[in-house]
Design a protein around this ligand. Structure first.
Ligand code: PGA
Length: 253
């Protein structure tokens, strides 16, 4: 299987699936189980913003990271309803998702927005998890690589990562997210290789940690994790149920 520095990255995007109580219940259950997880598992959860602080408190001592699902690019100001990267950092976050396809497609986030968010997240001491991926139409038009290259160029060009800060990229084909229609693992591997090549061109010294996302389930997680350029998975629906999430975790021995 493919290990990045000895670890498999299992990242749980809880989206708006879990409310405050449910997030805390799942976090507490993970904290109790954590000592049984393989030391090769590197886990992070991305709760809703209101649940983030208590979840981070519960998971702090068991080495499970917590991340924001989105962030604004400015630190402070008159931006009703927004939350900034330093605010997430102060609440216990280590990571932030940037440019998730639901943000791009349901909330009209542009490549320009992702660029500003990447800068803000890096400046404020968080590790970015940049999400990229093509729509079904892009795929039908043979534009998968073009779309991903445009997304990567916008988000990464000119970015300076402090020494030791990881860059995590999640390849999430839009048509595979929440649809039950997962991408063929060999095709995902091919796209991961392409992304690594593009990142090397944009940020020569950076080796990204590569996650696959899109309808990952207990029965297919290992098919992805056994590909050489897939270092982990970003899981939505199946991570918001403790049972299926633990089935994925216990795949890793
Ligand atoms: P899914 O979502 O696992 O429910 O397809 C993945 C994601 O959106 O990150």
């Amino acid at each position: 299987m493919s290990l990045y520095k000895g670890k498999y990255y299992l990242f749980a995007n809880w989206k708006m699936y879990l409310d405050y109580d449910e997030s805390n219940i799942e976090a507490n259950a993970l904290a109790v189980e954590a000592k049984r997880f393989s030391p090769r598992v590197k886990m992070a959860v991305f709760p809703n913003a209101l649940s983030l602080y208590p979840v981070a408190q519960v998971l702090r001592d068991v080495d499970i990271g917590v991340g924001a699902q989105n962030t604004h690019w400015l630190d402070k100001g008159g931006y009703t309803g927004e939350i900034s990267a330093p605010m997430f950092k102060a609440a216990g976050c280590e990571y932030a998702l940037i440019g998730h396809s639901e943000r791009r497609h349901l909330f009209s986030e542009s490549n320009d927005d992702t660029q500003k968010k990447m800068e803000a997240v890096v400046k404020n001491g968080l590790t970015p998890v940049l999400c990229v991926g093509e729509t079904l139409q892009d795929r039908r038009d043979g534009k998968t690589n073009d779309t991903i290259e445009i997304q990567l160029r916008a988000a990464l060009q000119g970015l300076t990562l402090p020494k030791g800060r990881a860059l995590i990229i999640a390849y999430e084909p839009v048509w595979a997210i929440g649809s039950g229609e997962s991408c063929n693992p060999l095709e995902a591997e091919k796209e991961h290789k392409n992304i690594i090549r593009l990142v090397r061109g944009l940020l020569p010294k950076i080796e990204p940690i590569m996650l696959y996302g899109g309808s990952v389930r207990p029965d297919n997680a290992l098919d992805y994790l056994s590909q050489p350029s897939i270092h982990g998975v970003l899981v939505g629906g199946a991570s918001a149920k403790l049972k299926t999430w633990e089935e994925i975790i216990y795949n890793i021995k």
